[in-house]
Design a protein around this ligand. Sequence first.
Ligand code: IPE
Length: 250
Amino acid sequence: MTSVLKIGGSILTDKTRPQCARMDEIERLAREIAAAASDLVLVHGAGSFGHAPAKKYGLPDRFSPEGLRVTHQSVVKLNRLVVEALVEAGLYAVPVHPFSGVLLREGRIEQMPVSPIEEMVKDGLLPVLHGDVAMDKTRQAGIVSGDQLVPYLARALRAEVIAVGTNVDGVLFQGEVLPVISREDLPRIDAHLGKGSGIDVTGGMRGKLLELLELAESGTSSVIFNAGIAGNITRALSGEELGTRVVRSR
Ligand code: IPE
């Protein structure tokens, strides 16, 4: 049984300060993943390593080779920290950089090599992807968020546990966590969806939810949970109910 876990950049970095990693949180993430022992693909957000340079160079709206290079190098730095922490925790973690293989069209993933990732998981490796810049067939430059990678990987790998960890308890509506949400609920709660803290070029909670609602409509449910609370990552990977479950409309 394969799991796809995303941990948002707001957990791993201080999103208000460029290239500011939270090493204690990265190490906790690694320990919690090691404790869960499942066949896993990990995707992490870019946090301030991605959003700050992307914004500085006007990505994705303006094409800038220098902006692409700088932003990619920056998110690779965060990826290295995450991979090293996972290795330290005893896992066979390996980096997989979306920039090297993803092709976008109109900002959406058109191509991405998934077979190598599938084989890695089968053979006991832990592929670690991340939000990244990517080439776009129609727009030259693009950004592929971890939130877009998750449903793509979940479908391609037929994953059974899909968990998206953020710095809030789930989808909040009038101060309460919604335990379950489907596309039908969107009009009612849309105006209340938070924008996310710090600089964010990929849409915060709304962007995340739209990706997962689309995945749910094809029959695969997922959870959005608070990865900032110790133990929650292990719980989510064990399939425990927490946060908000995103399901298909009735
Ligand atoms: C954004 O990735 C990628 C870049 C800005 C280059 P994400 O959207 O997955 O990152 P977080 O989770 O918001 O930090």
